[in-house]
Design a protein around this ligand. Sequence first.
Ligand code: SF4
Length: 320
Amino acid sequence: MTATWQQELKQALRNDHPTGLINQPGYDPAAAGLFAPVITDTLLQAIKQATDPAPLWRQFLPIQAEQKNPAGYVPDPVGDAAATQVPGLIHKYHGRVLLIASGSCAVNCRYCFRRHFPYRQSYAPRNQWQASIDYIQADDSIHEVILSGGDPLTLSTKQLAGLTAQLATIDHVKTLRIHSRMPVVLPARIDDEFHTWAESLSCHKVMVLHVNHPSELSPAARTAIARLRKLGFVLLNQSVMLHGINDQASTLAQLSHQLFEQGVLPYYLHQFDPVQNAAHFAVSPARTRAIHQQLMQQLPGYLVPKLVQEVAGEPHKTPL
Ligand code: SF4
């Protein structure tokens, strides 16, 4: 019998795969102790079928390099703590706020800038959004609410519906943006119940996928993305420039083309945020710029993601 997305998520969170991460060469238990390894069965299958699985393993496998801690790599590189207004609500930029809707993800990406985020203290317990709703209600410059996390699509559809019903009572909120890796790493999440909920939303709907490498776009992920497109989501992608994963213009160009085939536009290419225990993913700004320059030479402008860096305290993303 096929597992439901909820069963697959539970299995991922238990790191309970007969052929999963633990058996991979290079798996480091001490690194796993620093940030729990989490991966879905769907993604494991995609990795096994990939012609070049190394860039995918590298994103999810805890390795010894995580134990290194060079100067300048910090727990909160983008200043989330300073921008938290009420538990679970981050307000950095004009016109939009970010809700930390969940403290869980279906995959734990080793480069994640929130790998040290204190979710237990810093996000609203599930279904208890009132303080965030009151904050948004009181500021009519906020026209967009971004659901982030963790991964907001780890919430049940019923929980999402409860949250969006509260947001729908605020006239100045016009757009709901969801940042999620679920359509790619656990495509079964985009199920009939999700479809019914998304179809019922009257606001503008934006989904930002986080795909770093073309091999992540498995057939199941493509089906989920097609479903989101039919539901009327504006589909964007953001990637992080990561050493040993996508730090080649040819890889990023291929990614842009494949995303476009699925109706997804490349939005941002982020310079890696210097988060503690992940320095081995860093690419120097000079090299990042050079790769982006090559990308501009290879692609039409609409397929070139904007190259940005998030600088703590700045009122917008900073072009690199
Ligand atoms: S928040 Fe996003 S990048 Fe971070 S571990 Fe979760 S899915 Fe990965």
